[in-house]
Design a binder for this molecule. Structure first.
Ligand code: HEM
Length: 526
């Protein structure tokens, strides 16, 4: 016995030394990052807000590929477009997994393309999305998107400032309900709008995916909500039924009257196919597409308030192309490069998904001499990329001209290359979203003059640049405190103007109080 022990001990000792040496060697070739603490790593150093900006600052010291460790989990932050393309695009075969998002799964987002692990189900869902949102198919959505953009303008013009936000979210949802379920929203009481609000509320309670203690310690789901770290258990109990309804409702109510994603998928469904896949991929379109589109439009409005010179220039461009006779259409897009520049600059100025959605690397990988350990979460710091001075001159300024070809502009790269993600997980709704946003922006610019509001004393109100800090960075609109009888909307009558609006109340602490003077063209499309 003692002989065996005698032989085994040096062997075990050698193994321990080897393991220790291997760990030290691996640690020495990890990408650089700020120093962490023993065991908990960077847990206490993780920024509680504006993470993307803080990571960008760190990257100035540690470089565009950074390593952080939180409770044993490696996180890689990619702060440059080049690194994101090199890893997520070119090595997509090992960089396309997602981590398990326990909280989102418990909430009922299952199976949902955005959070699916890389594998068979992912391929099925991705295929379903791509076949319906292909470059060819989305051409057919353009008349509907144009119609919805006209309705948006009409609703904006007819509503009070505190309802602008609702009109914008109705536009984002309205495009998707037609695509997904062939359902046209005609009233503010539409059940889809109710569901959209509920989804937004639920997501506001959860924070970004992968960020909850439940994601780090899934066992917490079995603890009562008062237990430290288990507060999200209460969120799950409250919101799971709502999220499940978002999955069930579209399939239950889709009719055959209008073509739609659900109808086409039902017609093509092969025997043995799982209906849950269809429910999941339909719900994903709402979950992933509503708040992002709505948020980008809100950012556009804020940018126009702060940069009236850009607004005036775009309106001049529109006037020169369509005159006062009609509203812009998709066919005019090529002739409106500055309007396109406004869209690109809106994406860049305040990217909705500042840190993208994390990918998970499936194997150990080496990049420029650095080890990217298997299982790491890989975040794309889209905010950091937007501020990259090698790509964008004077990056903090709002300058749509930068995208125009030289010598008029500086031919800087379109930011949509970055804002919709990378590789095999790139946003499936990119083309739809791009078109929805372009036609909405062109229609609003053609019909509305967006200006600072003034307060009761006649003083111009400068918008506070208040933005949420969740998964999707939103312009905050606090529209609850109203000041009645305050006039902030005034129609400018042009030759063919049809509306004149006045005497509308302004919410006391809302960005929307900055709005608006509208100039309204007569349009038969209304
Ligand atoms: C301004 C609007 C939008 C922005 C900025 C945006 C951005 C993004 C980003 C950054 C990702 C993560 C990509 C990655 O992991 O690398 C993503 C994923 C996704 N988006 Fe969008 N998106 C928008 C609109 C939409 C719309 C309208 C739809 C659906 C019709 C949609 C469907 C999806 C889906 C399904 C995914 C998950 C893809 C996957 O995991 O394979 N998005 N989006």
């Amino acid at each position: 016995m003692s002989v065996i022990l005698y032989c085994f001990l040096p062997f075990a000792g050698a193994l321990v030394v080897l393991g220790f040496w291997r760990q030290r060697r691996r640690a020495s070739i990890l990408p650089p990052g700020p120093p962490g603490d023993p065991l908990i790593g960077h847990l206490l150093r993780m920024p509680s807000k504006d993470s993307a900006l803080v990571f960008h600052e760190w990257s100035k010291t540690y470089g565009p590929v950074m390593h952080l460790k939180v409770l044993g989990r490696s996180m890689i932050i990619l702060d440059s477009y080049e690194a994101a393309v090199d890893l997520l695009d070119k090595r997509g075969i090992i960089y396309s997994d997602r981590p398990t998002f326990t909280l989102y799964e418990l909430l009922g987002w299952h199976p949902t393309l955005t959070f699916l692990r890389y594998g068979k189900k992912f391929n099925i869902h991705r295929q379903m999305h791509q076949s319906f949102l292909s470059r060819h198919k989305i051409e057919g959505f353009k008349p509907m998107q144009t119609q919805e953009a006209r309705t948006l303008v009409k609703n904006l013009l007819e509503s009070t400032p505190e309802r602008y936000e609702k009109s914008i979210s109705r536009f984002a949802t309205g495009v998707l309900t037609q695509i997904v379920a062939g359902h046209r929203i005609t009233s503010d009481d539409d059940p889809y709008l109710h569901m959209s609000r509920m989804t937004f509320e639920a997501m506001a309670k959860t924070g970004p995916p992968g960020n909850s203690p439940l994601d780090f310690f899934p066992l917490l789901q079995y603890f009562p909500p008062w237990f430290p770290g288990a507060s999200h258990v209460a969120v799950v109990r409250t919101w799971n039924p709502t999220m499940r309804e978002l999955h069930e409702f579209p399939l239950r109510t889709t009719g055959a009257a209008m073509p739609s994603f659900i109808l086409e998928q039902l017609e093509e469904m092969v025997e043995g196919a799982d209906e849950e896949d269809l429910k999941g991929s339909a719900a994903t379109m709402f979950g992933a597409g509503e708040i992002t589109t709505w948020g980008t439009l809100s950012t556009f409005i804020l940018a126009m308030i702060l940069h009236p010179e850009c607004q005036a220039k775009a309106q001049k461009e529109i006037d020169s192309v369509v005159g006062g006779a009609r509203l812009p259409e998709f066919g005019d897009r090529e002739d409106l490069p500055f309007v396109d520049g406004i869209l690109q600059e809106t994406f860049r100025w305040n990217p909705g998904l500042q840190l993208g959605v994390p990918h998970r690397v499936m194997e150990d990988d080496m990049y420029q001499g650095m080890l990217i350990p298997k299982g790491s979460l890989v975040f794309t710091n889209v905010r950091g990329m937007s501020l990259d001075e090698n790509m964008y001159s004077n990056p903090t300024s709002f300058d749509p001209q930068r995208y125009l070809p030289t010598p008029v502009g500086r031919s800087e790269p379109n930011f949509s290359n970055m804002s919709f993600g990378f590789g095999r997980r790139i946003c499936t709704g990119e083309l739809v979203a791009n078109n929805s946003l372009w036609i909405a922006i062109a229609s609003i610019l053609a019909t509305c003059k967006i200006t600072n509001a003034v307060d009761e004393t006649g003083k111009i109100i400068v918008p506070e640049n208040t933005l949420t800090d969740g998964l999707v960075r939103q312009v905050i609109c606090i529209c609850t405190t109203l000041k009645p009888n305050y006039t902030c909307l005034k129609a400018i009558q042009r030759t063919s103007d049809v509306l004149s609006l006045h005497g509308l109340p302004v919410p006391k602490r809302s960005l929307w109080k900055q709005l608006v003077e509208f100039r309204v063209f007569h349009s038969s499309s209304f």
